[in-house]
Design a protein around this ligand. Sequence first.
Ligand code: ZN
Length: 673
Amino acid sequence: MHASTNPLLNFSDLPLFDTITPANIAPALDVLLASAEKALETVTATDYPANWIQIASVLDVSVEQLSRAWGAVNHLHSVADSPELRAAYTEALPRVTAFYTRMGSDEQLYAKYKAIPPASLNAEQKRAHTLAVRNFVLSGAELTGAPKERFAAIQERMADVSQKFSENVLDATDQWSLLVTAEELAGVPADILEMTKANADKAGLQGHQISLKMPCYLPIMQFAHSSALREKLYRAYATRASDKTQDNTPCIQEILALRHEEAQLLGYANYAEVSLATKMAQSPTEVMTFLRDLAKRARPYAEKDMAELREFAAKQLNLKDPQAWDWTYIGEKLKEARYAFSEQEVKMYFTAPKVLAGLFKIVETLFEVSIRKDTAPVWHEGVEFFRIERAGVLVGQFYLDPGARSGKRGGAWMDDVRARWLRPDNQQLQTPVAHLVCNFAEGAGGKPPLLTHDDVITLFHECGHGLHHMLTQINERDVSGISGVEWDAVELPSQFMENFCWEWSVLRHMTAHVDTGEPLPRELFDKMLAAKNFQSGLQTLRQIEFSLFDMRLHCEGEKAQNFMQILQEVRDEVSVLQPPAWSRTPHTFSHIFAGGYAAGYYSYKWAEVLSADAYAAFEETAAPDGSPNIETGRKYRETILEAGGSRTAMESFKAFRGREPQLDALLRHQGMN
Ligand code: ZN
């Protein structure tokens, strides 16, 4: 196929989403991978100048084309999948991954970067250069000989053991089932009864077949009146992947040992330090101090939460001595008794067009831009395209794909189509483009789509990521927008936006009942707010328990082999509710043993503190009617959003707040003050 006819090789402006076919993928990659390989060869030649712009104008320009084309394929695979596309994607994926892995550990390229004279770099380039060199070092570029071989062997082995860990979790979850009667399931919602009945039918059995999968496990723990049934289910769930057939104990021990060895090869004391090398938090001690401070502040509220549960259980449910498998049930009943409101009723007030208009209004006012509808080639008729302008000048563009449909992956996300970049090849400023993808239900009966309040929060969240990507004023691609932002700070702008969904002055203007046009009643909003903070003390301590356990595991080397002992010590230190001694939570802790969260689980709470504290600046400066202050918006935009990854997240935060982050705003937002 000739290059000019392959839409994946057209880089004149936006991706040609309406004409890309699975048959375009392999031929486009042939061209792009060959070009990227050649560019890598060119810039790593001995006589090629060690000059940032000269390397970028050949290598980065070529690799950016590859990543934009692959980004389009990856996007279509996520939002408009078909068997043909999946096959072409699966076939192409290893080729693309192999190139990036090779480039990321290319010794000549590393040497070339190291040879660039620092004085030749501007501030943005200096930051991008520092991050590039750091990434090389963390992938073992400084190692030679036997240590280098061992480093590679560790990576390979780690991938296998993590995979085994995941498989054990999956198998242990999937293989368990229990046949019960409808009587035993008393209290459980009708859709779960239907589902479990269908499962039994499928297996040719009478009754209801229950499982450990979340959509079955959780509603039973919440609603089943039978404590005996909940106990059976809880025991099975809490001991997954810990018996003879699928015991994750050796996997956990080996993963921890491999990580510790890797850290020492790289010259670090422990793996937590390796993990934090790419994060905003400076040291394991800083993280643990943060967690312990938060635990101390949350503890009285967690104790109050527990006391309320105990009292309610004794008085209303006649449960004098609640067990581990009773708490979820008691919590649900207490929540119902206190804050009963119908999600269905709330939904009636959030019509998609009204919510979107409300969101755009906030963004336009706060960040001094205008958002206008625009056109671009799209992959589905439900997709909209917008441009963001300031004083008539294009700042960025985005696609919004709101609806759920078949062939589209679940969940919501922001992805970049291209980044802001002062292109080294033609000196043109490339404007950023983003995808905002959600999975909202379609409207029914000629009415607009109705969003749950969670949907609204999700939309604001992804829009926050999008603004970080699109409002950046940084010209260096690797540190513009979200690129180069520390991993534990990247959720600041997204969670920041969520706050507006809990702001009465904002919410009442973006609600209109689908039939009557009435705004959300204040009384309903107050119930939603109270339910939001329900048991926040207990939940906070639970997150801290996981985070502290994760951090200690990756700090304590040999000692961490006895991981159940460390978990017990952590629980003795921070928990107000001890699970039974036979429970085996670590054996299914996939975030840290099979995901990217090792010595990073704390970042959930860390980012919440950052975003709550940043939002507090708006609360402190709001007008009496609650409307946000434009000056504060401008400062936030300039110091956080526009700066992107061009400096450390702590520098950006301090530029905005004039001080380091504090815990108070988060605790207050969650009702702990
Ligand atoms: Zn996010």
